[in-house]
Design a protein around this ligand. Structure first.
Ligand code: FE2
Length: 274
């Protein structure tokens, strides 16, 4: 088995937890997740991983929006969302079947490792285009933010997936604590606040490309990383195929909602910088 590897940068906090044996039955992710760790999980056996590894690679492209599992089950023709990746009826037919099996396996992992959480939904999106350039970003909470988010990304390629990680939300705001508009932005909704970070601080200056320190993760084939991606800068360096299962967790079902919910994290940041 190939292990994932993490290259740590001492100028950032180390928020990784690397679990090398996924089958430890007593292993629970809830405390790790509630302390905003990034969990890297090796050794989870996916019975049909070879099917996805063997799919033809696409060329390096611009970012293409993810294809949701619920969009897959439509008539197979040139307008099928997978046609641009696999213009072959038999491949798409097999994908439809194998995807259901893969989702079942990863979803049962999520429910086993986060047993006491109440999920309002677990959705699945496929990202099958090879990419060699991403940019550091925080995921952006929905406009109607209600639920805590956890994302499980599985590397479906035969080659490692290289992901860069930057400062946490706390570390990033600390760098910008003197920004004249930070107070104002902190009063906005989570969605709008994250948009301001993206459009005013991260994207316009190329700041993320030149200055911020990074950790690098080489995620082994079949390995998984788990996080709340609203609160840590992350971006793709190289990757071919991945699937994301996103759980929406009812915040009151967290073990420590008062401390761990994203809402309370934002409240603390408002007290600190607002
Ligand atoms: Fe992201």
């Amino acid at each position: 088995m190939i292990e994932s590897q993490i290259a740590l940068n001492s100028n950032l906090s180390n928020y990784f937890v690397h679990i090398k044996e996924a089958s430890s039955a007593d292993l629970n992710f809830e405390d790790l997740f509630e302390s905003y760790k990034v969990v890297v999980l090796d050794g989870f056996k996916i019975s049909n991983l070879d099917f996805f590894k063997s799919l033809p690679k696409t060329s390096f492209e611009e970012w293409i929006p993810p294809v949701f599992q619920k969009e897959l089950n439509v008539k197979i023709n040139e307008s099928h969302p997978l046609w641009k990746f696999y213009p072959d009826r038999d491949v798409i037919l097999a994908f439809q079947q194998e995807s259901v099996l893969l989702v079942e396996q990863v979803e049962s992992l999520i429910r086993e490792k986060m047993r006491s959480y109440e999920f309002s939904s677990i959705s699945c999106s496929w990202r099958m285009n090879a990419m060699d350039k991403g940019y550091l970003h925080f995921d952006i909470p929905e406009e109607s933010y209600e639920n805590h988010q956890v994302r499980y990304f599985v590397n479906l390629s035969a080659r490692p997936r290289i992901i860069e990680f930057g400062p946490t939300l706390e570390e990033f705001l600390s760098l910008h604590r003197d920004h004249p508009r930070l107070k104002e932005w902190l009063q906005l909704s989570h969605h709008e606040f994250h948009n301001r970070l993206k459009y005013e601080l991260i994207k316009p200056s190329g700041y993320e490309d030149s200055i911020l320190p990074r950790h690098y993760l080489s995620l082994a084939p079949g390995s998984i990383w788990v996080s709340n991606a609203f609160s840590v800068l992350h971006g793709l360096v190289f990757g071919e195929k991945t699937v994301c299962l996103e759980g929406k967790i009812k915040p009151q079902s967290l073990n420590k909602p008062e401390e761990a919910s994203f809402e309370s994290k934002m409240k603390r940041l408002r007290e600190l910088y607002g």
